[in-house]
Ligand binder design. Structure first.
Ligand SMILES: Nc1ncnc2c1ncn2[C@@H]1O[C@H](COP(=O)(O)OP(=O)(O)OP(=O)(O)O)[C@@H](O)[C@H]1O
Ligand SMILES: [Mg+2]
Length: 268
């Protein structure tokens, strides 16, 4: 039996937890003894300078990387040796910084990647025939909701950087019903699309989904998160409630010095 961790002092059980995670790439120490807990219905911001270890931590939590030491728990159960596919089957949905879209496939095929719809008809099902009409309809509907002017059959290689990002986010939002991690989901987006992504993030949390959100945009972080964890050079240096935090305080934690915050749109 794998051990199940007790709920914390607030009585809540974390859905995803990192305990004492350390990881190096050769001589580069990317994470040192990092703890992080994510709870249902909350948006947790993960911030830090370039190279602070945010992506590495997300990849440890999603099963892409195996940390050198420490434990990963899903719903209170230690799940150390699972790969990304197995973590996904436990409900851990991730939008990676490099998006992981397949250039040789079209929008619809990317949308349904590894979740292709089969026909109900047992013969067609046995032959592995895909229900392309239904996948097309569902993808087109999603694109319309997102106000994305892209045809479902267009090759992913032929859509803009921002549209690619929206498609990757839309995929995670559509399938994510437990835990969703977004590594800089709005980095390539315009103002309207960024706001749309923030709105989706809040509505996911309201449905009870636990969301981890990485961003360098302080305004976005302060606007959408309930709690913020700060990494500096691979170490966790802050874990604070957003309601109690100021941009200045977070920038100080990120940089380790009292830089003056230029304005509310500050990017760090
Ligand atoms: N594949 C890799 N091989 C070697 N070193 C790596 C690799 N990926 C990341 N690193 C190093 O590990 C450290 C943490 O990188 P990571 O990508 O986790 O940072 P990050 O906080 O996501 O940064 P950013 O904000 O720029 O995305 C950095 O020093 C980085 O150079
Ligand atoms: Mg990163």
């Amino acid at each position: 039996m794998t051990p199940v961790s007790p709920p914390n002092e607030t009585g809540r059980q974390s859905v995803l937890e990192a305990r004492g995670i350390s990881m190096s790439y050769g001589a580069v120490r990317a994470l040192s003894n990092v703890d992080l807990s994510l709870y249902p219905g909350e948006v947790l911001g993960l911030v830090g300078d370039n190279g602070a270890g945010k992506t590495t931590l997300v990849k440890c939590l999603s099963g892409v990387h195996r940390p050198d030491s420490g434990e990963i728990l899903v719903d209170g159960t230690v799940r150390d040796s699972l790969n990304a596919e197995q973590m996904r089957s436990l409900g851990v949905e991730t939008v990676y910084q490099n998006l992981s879209l397949v250039d040789t496939l079209d929008v619809m095929q990317n949308f349904f990647l590894n979740r292709e719809l089969l026909y109900r008809n047992p013969v067609a099902r046995a032959l592995g025939l895909l229900n392309k009409r239904q996948m097309y309809r569902a993808t087109t509907e999603r694109l319309r909701e997102l106000e994305l002017a892209v045809e479902a059959r267009r090759s992913i290689a032929a859509v803009s950087g921002g549209q690619r990002q929206m498609i990757a986010v839309a995929r995670a939002i559509s399938w994510g019903n437990h835990i969703v991690m977004l590594d800089e989901p709005a980095a390539a987006l315009g103002v309207r699309q960024s706001l749309q992504v923030l709105t989706f993030i809040r509505s996911m949390a309201e449905r009870g989904v636990a969301v981890l959100f990485i961003s360098h945009n302080m305004q976005h972080v302060l606007q959408v998160t309930d709690r913020i964890v700060v990494l500096r050079r691979g170490e966790k240096v802050g874990d604070l409630k957003t309601a109690d935090a100021s941009a200045q305080q977070i920038v100080t934690l990120i940089t380790g010095s009292d830089l003056v915050v230029a304005g509310k749109d500050t990017k760090v």
